[in-house]
Design a protein around this ligand. Sequence first.
Ligand SMILES: *[C@@H]1O[C@H](CO)[C@@H](O)[C@H](O)[C@H]1NC(C)=O
Ligand SMILES: *[C@@H]1O[C@H](CO)[C@@H](O)[C@H](O)[C@H]1NC(C)=O
Ligand SMILES: *[C@@H]1O[C@H](CO)[C@@H](O)[C@H](O)[C@H]1NC(C)=O
Ligand SMILES: *[C@@H]1O[C@H](CO)[C@@H](O)[C@H](O)[C@H]1NC(C)=O
Ligand SMILES: *[C@@H]1O[C@H](CO)[C@@H](O)[C@H](O)[C@H]1NC(C)=O
Ligand SMILES: *[C@@H]1O[C@H](CO)[C@@H](O)[C@H](O)[C@H]1NC(C)=O
Length: 453
Amino acid sequence: MANSKLTLFIFLYFTVIYTAKAADPDSEPFVGVNIGTDVSNLLSPADLVSFLQGQKITHIRLYGADLDILKALAKTKIRVIISVPNNQLLAIGTSNSTAASWVGRNVVAFYPETLITAIAVGDEVLTTVPSSAPVLLPAIESLYSALVTANLHTKIKISTPHAASIILDPFPPSQAFFNQSLSSVMLPLLQFLSRTQSPLMMNFYPYYVFMQNKGVVPLDNSLFKPLTPSKEMVDPNTLLHYTNVLDAMIDSAYFSMKNLNITDVEVLVTESGWPSKGDSKEPYATIDNADTYNSNLIKHVLDRSGTPFHPEVTSNVYIYELFNEDLRSPPVSEANWGLFYANSTPVYLLHVSGSGTFLANDTTNQTYCIAMDGVDSKTLQAALDWACGPGRANCSEIQPGENCYQPNNVKNHASYAFDSYYHKEGKSPGSCDFKGVAMITTTDPSKCYYTTT
Ligand SMILES: *[C@@H]1O[C@H](CO)[C@@H](O)[C@H](O)[C@H]1NC(C)=O
Ligand SMILES: *[C@@H]1O[C@H](CO)[C@@H](O)[C@H](O)[C@H]1NC(C)=O
Ligand SMILES: *[C@@H]1O[C@H](CO)[C@@H](O)[C@H](O)[C@H]1NC(C)=O
Ligand SMILES: *[C@@H]1O[C@H](CO)[C@@H](O)[C@H](O)[C@H]1NC(C)=O
Ligand SMILES: *[C@@H]1O[C@H](CO)[C@@H](O)[C@H](O)[C@H]1NC(C)=O
Ligand SMILES: *[C@@H]1O[C@H](CO)[C@@H](O)[C@H](O)[C@H]1NC(C)=O
């Protein structure tokens, strides 16, 4: 990050101009989530898929191509980006037949029952494993040829996620450019993306920009908090106003591409997020900041506001990440980027009022305890009997003839009873478990559920 350039960001007073945009229902912007798996008790693939559905999560990115997860996603409407791990690049980039068999095994075997939307080839290869840079483009092209052979190349995009650090002098955005040492890869890559109408995948973290430029980048800009116009960042070359760091980062990518005469490739933010907990050197990794960042990020995307440079294009964003990865090594923040704990309890409740259905209906900051999908009815019945018996949940409403007797099935009755018990216990940790057949949701179950809050 170039500190000196940041000072070029001048802070001026201007009237905010809002750009109204026509809605195109075919290209609704979306927020997805990354699913990292350094988690000690990851949900089974079936439970993971029910959980995603319960949370109305429609887009996910996997860091590999776990066959069991891809199978469990079949016939759902969840769209998935699968990935080629960095350690497979060499094999794929040096052998067309290896690339073809990768596509056969991980894509053709599942599509279209599983809605694979893209293949992310490697992750931050140019900055984390530069020795693999020479095979990156060959790997992408071999995989593309295999998709062409399978006639899936118009349905499934291929790209590779980059770290923000490939862009130098990102602030102000109009002066940004790709590190020229990477041109031999970047230029042909961008030409490939342009030719195949694939996105430039970028991992953008305003959190790190803020941490590395404290005192220069205000916290409020990093968190998308409403700003007084005097605190907006103004790009002195374009006079574009930046109310938040993420938009500035996205525009830095557009200007970097423009420098190479590439103007028809969209930016897809494959990772962004904020940690909810950190060590003593990470004082801004707090639940409040994480909640504010991710809630505002979701609203910002779903408001389809675009960026100052490209107000007509709203980048889709994948939040990093779904679960806290407790197995990650320090710093503490590494294990605390998740929206949920591994057991699917929320780390915090997002505030995304009015932003549609994604992680929906959680704005009342209520949590509910419901029966998980896919649990056999005998097990559920046992849990229900315990809740209404020894557990002393209030089960009066699910008795025959009462308001919540219908729909009369064990799953609905169990959800009612679990939620009653959970509230009776003051939503205390462990009060929504029932031997693993219950889960906490922030989504209004929209049926007869127990609640007194
Ligand atoms: C892969 O196939 C392409 C044409 O489809 C060819 O140009 C290239 O040389 C092949 N690569 C290898 C490593 O065989
Ligand atoms: C640009 O990329 C080269 C090659 O990876 C790297 O050595 C160099 O540090 C990068 N420059 C900056 C300013 O990050
Ligand atoms: C971009 O286009 C301009 C004008 O056509 C040209 O001068 C420049 O060399 C091009 N740059 C690249 C990287 O192709
Ligand atoms: C929940 O979300 C749905 C879909 O956006 C909406 O129709 C409904 O009114 C919301 N319910 C509440 C309680 O906000
Ligand atoms: C929960 O909602 C109440 C009332 O809407 C609000 O005052 C409170 O701050 C919220 N709590 C959290 C943790 O968001
Ligand atoms: C149980 O729930 C019913 C319906 O909500 C309520 O009328 C009744 O008072 C509750 N009983 C107890 C013991 O809380």
